[in-house]
Ligand binder design. Structure first.
Ligand code: G3I
Length: 335
């Protein structure tokens, strides 16, 4: 009996994607990627540091390989990410004597960077995470105090979108963030996006990263984010989905069961139910949700193995350490 796949199960809803590295595109991983998914996102390769390590030098090799893989296999490709406070090299903000650059210089660099990267893959990347994580988790300001904000001011965000739109007018442009279901951050992100829409900034959608756990969020919290952002005329994508079996810091404080790092039957049961709930919710918002991407391929290796606790194994995905589908996979494809 041929087993169902994610991409077939969801063909009438949205593409199902996965974050990849250039090195991970061979062997059994590549087979799983091409058989289950119809979209990929480079996990790190297109970020400013990896792709633009020095002024006037781009490292195109990894990104080019990922683009070629998508094309050869008829997969969609999401670009990630053009402007982020993390993984941006120090040279970007300083001149040759180490002094911080002016607003004009930083804007010119941002424009050049976006023009070069988006321009190179024009027509091959259907959606870009243009600005990533610009809203802070705490405080009342809607703007994270990043170098981009400090040097340029709040309009660095709209400028980034304008540069990206100019470089590839048909690419779908996204604002991407995490913790989008916490009430206060949801509201701040909403205010930012509303402002951008009012200013006619070329933004098409919002990415809810979806770094969730077996405890949170609830369906109601997710739906509130989806419908609120949809009300601005924006598409919604889940861009970095994983469901950690370990409680987040604030969840630990909420008297969750003690967790010594080992995988328990209760974790598996909760994770299966959480994944079912998530995809039931996504299907309800057919039309608004235009993509769901997992952040890594299988439990064999995930960024959560080292975050937030170094060397604590996590099991956040639909495929186990041997690349076999977990019970959560079956809940997701059988509906
Ligand atoms: O490439 C170097 C390697 O040369 C070096 O030997 C090694 C030693 O630590 O580090 C390697 O770089 C690491 C890189 O991943 C590639 O593996 C970095 O240290 C590490 O910090 C980096 O982590 C990435 C993280 O973003 C950076 O903040 C994760 O892989 C990646 O999954 C994660 O992805 C982010 C999204 O882009 C945005 N949203 C949150 C998400 C999770 O943090």
């Amino acid at each position: 009996l041929a087993q169902k796949t994610l991409k077939d199960a969801y063909k009438d809803f949205f593409p199902v994607g996965v974050a990849v590295s250039a090195r991970g595109l061979t062997g059994p991983d590549a087979d799983l990627i091409t058989s289950q998914f119809n979209s990929i996102t480079p996990e790190n390769a297109m970020k400013m540091g990896p792709i633009h390590p020095e002024p006037n030098r781009y490292a195109w090799e990894g990104p080019d390989a990922i683009v070629a893989f998508a094309q050869q296999n008829g997969m969609k490709l999401r670009g990630h990410t053009l402007c982020w406070h993390n993984q941006t090299p120090r040279w970007f903000f300083t001149d040759s004597s180490g002094k911080q650059v002016s607003r004009e210089v930083l804007l010119a660099r941002l424009k050049q960077h976006i023009n070069d990267v988006v321009g190179r893959y024009k027509g091959k990347i259907y959606a870009w995470d243009v600005v990533n994580e610009a809203v802070p988790d705490t405080g009342t300001s809607i703007y994270r105090r990043s170098k981009f904000y400090e040097i340029i001011g709040e309009d660095y965000i709209e400028k980034a979108f304008e540069y990206a739109h100019a470089a590839d007018p048909s690419a779908k442009l996204f604002y991407n963030d995490y913790n989008t279901e916490s009430a206060s951050k949801r509201e701040k992100i909403f205010q930012l996006l509303k402002k951008l829409k009012e200013k006619k900034v070329p933004i098409d959608g919002v990415g809810l990263q979806g770094h969730w756990s077996i405890y949170e969020p609830t369906a109601a919290e997710i739906e509130k984010s989806i419908t609120q952002f949809e009300s601005l005329g924006l598409a919604v994508q889940i861009t970095e989905l994983d469901v950690s079996v370990h409680p987040k810091e604030h969840e630990r404080r909420a008297h969750r069961p003690t967790d010594n790092g080992t995988l328990t039957a209760e974790m598996v049961t909760r994770q299966t139910a959480q994944y079912k709930m998530l995809f039931d919710t996504f299907r309800k918002h057919k039309g608004t949700i235009t993509g769901v991407t997992f952040w890594n391929v299988s439990d064999k290796s995930t960024w959560l193995d080292n975050f937030p606790v170094p060397n604590r194994k996590d099991y956040p995905l639909l495929f186990d350490q041997n690349l076999q589908p977990k019970q959560a996979f079956h809940e997701v494809v059988d509906f």
